[in-house]
Design a binder for this molecule. Structure first.
Ligand code: PGA
Length: 249
């Protein structure tokens, strides 16, 4: 009942010209893929080119971050209002690299998710534990804290519009994918938190993506888990053929 969502996070890669080349090769490869939603999240300077290239296709475009507030004296930031104006449809919030390098916290997640929804952007909210947290048996505590602080404060109406991405930090860019069973376990735990806060229907409906070294050769196994509703893909989304084979899992 949950439609899978395959999202590519390009991080700090590609110029507008490279964005054009990507879409030229990618669009024909996934033109008949109707079984899942497809989203590409390029860096800000490529958004305009990506939106132009994706127009009329089955690919939606997302940003990798936003600032709350409509406009103001906030040097270096981009607002939901601006992203909506260029027809961006999604936005990644609290990716672990934002948490780790830019100090994003749970209250930021709430402010950013609310700002995104105010401008009709769909937030993809990332949560996940670090290696030392997993090794010390704290995975569920961390996921609970991130859920309680960043997601639980949303209204039920707002919650219904978000996508959650479970991204264990130790699996991002490391080539170490969580096994399907480990990922499904964490997804089940997150879904139980959703159920306790927003009710069973909301828990059944919310899409929870897995992210962390998803590749063409492991996506199929991950997607056989009922708990896994799609993927947030970094490195393997940069190449059109590789991301197309992930989309088609
Ligand atoms: P990766 O990145 O696929 O390169 O591990 C995933 C992510 O950070 O979203």
């Amino acid at each position: 009942m949950r439609k899978p969502l395959m999202a590519g996070n390009w991080k700090m890669y590609k110029t507008p010209a490279e964005t054009h080349d990507f879409f030229e090769a990618f669009k024909p490869l996934i033109a008949d893929a109707a079984h899942c939603d497809i989203v590409i999240c390029p860096p800000f300077p490529d958004l305009h080119a990506a939106i132009k290239e994706a127009k009329g296709s089955n690919v939606a475009i997302g940003a990798q971050n936003l600032y709350w507030g409509k406009e103001g004296a906030v040097t270096g930031e981009v607002s939901g209002h601006m992203l909506q104006a260029i027809k961006c449809e999604y936005v990644i919030i609290a990716h672990s690299e934002r948490r780790q390098y830019f100090g994003e916290t749970e209250p930021d997640v709430v402010r950013k998710a609310q700002a995104a929804l105010e401008y009709a952007l769909r937030p993809i909210v990332c949560i996940g534990e670090r290696l030392e947290e997993r090794e010390s048996g704290r995975t569920e505590d961390v996921l609970r804290e991130q859920f309680e602080g960043g997601i639980a404060p949303l209204t039920p109406e707002n919650f219904a519009k978000i996508v959650i991405a479970y991204e264990p930090v130790w699996a991002i860019g490391t080539g170490k994918t969580a096994t399907p069973a480990i990922a499904a376990d964490a997804h089940g735990f997150i879904r139980r938190q959703v159920s306790a806060r927003f009710g069973e229907d909301a828990a059944r409906a919310v899409r929870i993506l897995y992210g962390g070294s998803v590749k063409p050769d492991n996506v199929k196994n991950l997607m056989t888990e009922e708990e896994i509703d799609g993927a947030l893909v970094g490195g393997a989304s940069l190449d059109p053929k590789s991301f197309a084979s992930i989309v088609k899992f």
